[in-house]
Ligand binder design. Structure first.
Ligand code: NAD
Length: 254
């Protein structure tokens, strides 16, 4: 076995959503550094990602779309297949959250979170999966959460969507694992991004969480890159339906 190329993404065609900020941006830049050709999908803006890629001399293609809508998902997969010819790696990182107590959580919020975090995660996996199945090769990575394993507070739709990701990933892994496709998820711990800005701004919540993280710090988006490259590369060829926890030990604390 040639271990030197185990983690290489050389000449892999990678589609990364949620790439305009946070974890998705770090993964898109990481994939490009590992040798992949990357299509980075943002929502309202993808400029910062483009600038960071340029500064590192990385060649990535950027585009924006509203992935909460079916047509947004379909148009991005069409664009990816036209511009790259195929998709070897899908990292579906786009996600959103609504914070209100369960008794006041509106159906609008429920639907908005479910549409982006679960419905479109399925649709994009299905469309990209069809292309991967026709070639017998592919790596699909979803983003789960600590709330895949435990209940949250005031984020009932988010917790339900991220628990749904576990079912999505395991079912796709069952159906496609024997046909050359690896489907897995990463469950990040508490990461400093826009999504957690409300928690970071509340010293009480921030420090309560911090006190339970064995690593002794909140995570940074870059902390997820190694796990993403592992799940996108040949190194994970025998890893199917797994939820890889990258949380500084938070879940181990119990
Ligand atoms: P973030 O807010 O920086 O990233 C979310 C991304 O989703 C943004 O780039 C945003 O533009 C994109 N997005 C939002 N609505 C969209 C839409 N309608 N269409 C297309 N794109 C849209 O926060 P993040 O923490 O980097 O989140 C990335 C993923 O990680 C999400 O799935 C989130 O649920 C998950 N996650 C984050 C944490 C954490 O602690 N930050 C923990 C567990 C899971």
């Amino acid at each position: 076995m040639d271990v030197s190329s185990l983690f290489s993404l050389k000449d892999r065609m990678a589609l990364v959503t949620g790439a305009g900020s946070g974890i998705g941006q770090a993964i898109a830049l990481g994939f490009a550094q590992a040798g992949a050709k990357v299509l980075a999908v943002g929502h309202s803006s993808i400029e910062e990602t483009k600038e960071k890629a340029n500064a590192k001399g990385l060649d990535i293609v950027t585009i924006t779309a509203d992935l909460s809508k079916e047509e947004g998902v379909r148009s991005i997969v069409d664009f990816a297949l036209k511009t790259m010819g195929r998709v070897d790696v899908l990292a579906y990182v786009a996600g959103t959250i609504r914070r209100t107590p369960a008794e006041k959580h509106s159906l609008e919020d429920w639907d908005a979170v479910m549409a982006l975090n679960l419905r479109s995660a399925f649709l994009m996996s299905q469309l990209v999966g069809q292309d991967m199945l026709s070639r017998g090769y592919g790596k699909i990575i979803h983003i789960a959460s600590m709330l895949t394993f435990m209940g949250g507070m005031n984020v009932v739709s988010y917790a339900a969507s991220k628990s749904g990701i576990a079912g999505l990933v395991r079912t796709l892994a069952n159906e496609w694992g024997g046909r050359g496709i690896n489907v897995n998820a990463i469950a990040p711990g508490w990461i400093k991004t826009k999504l957690t800005s409300a928690l970071q701004a509340d010293p009480n919540r921030y420090n309560t969480i911090l006190s339970r993280i064995p690593a002794g710090r909140w995570g940074e988006p870059e902390d997820l890159v190694g796990a993403a490259i592992f799940l996108a590369s040949r190194a994970s060829d025998y890893v199917n339906g797994h939820i890889l926890v990258v949380d500084g030990g938070y879940l181990a604390r119990g």
